[in-house]
Design a protein. Structure first.
Length: 58
């Protein structure tokens, strides 16, 4: 039971830190290091391009 309390508090703290700006995740750099080489780590993450793909020009 104590384990679940600790996990809950940890998740609450991470959520609170992300919301308040204490923690900053550089998603493009993280995803590039994980193996998504199509993502430029120097540019900010554009989630619509990542999820839907780049618009095809005719």
């Amino acid at each position: 039971m104590l384990r679940w309390l600790f996990i809950g508090l940890l998740l609450f703290g991470l959520g609170r830190g992300l919301r308040d700006g204490w923690l900053v995740v550089k998603w493009s750099q993280l995803l590039n290091e994980v193996g998504f080489t199509d993502i430029d780590p120097t540019q900010p993450m554009n989630w619509s391009e990542f999820i839907l793909g780049e618009p095809k020009s005719e």
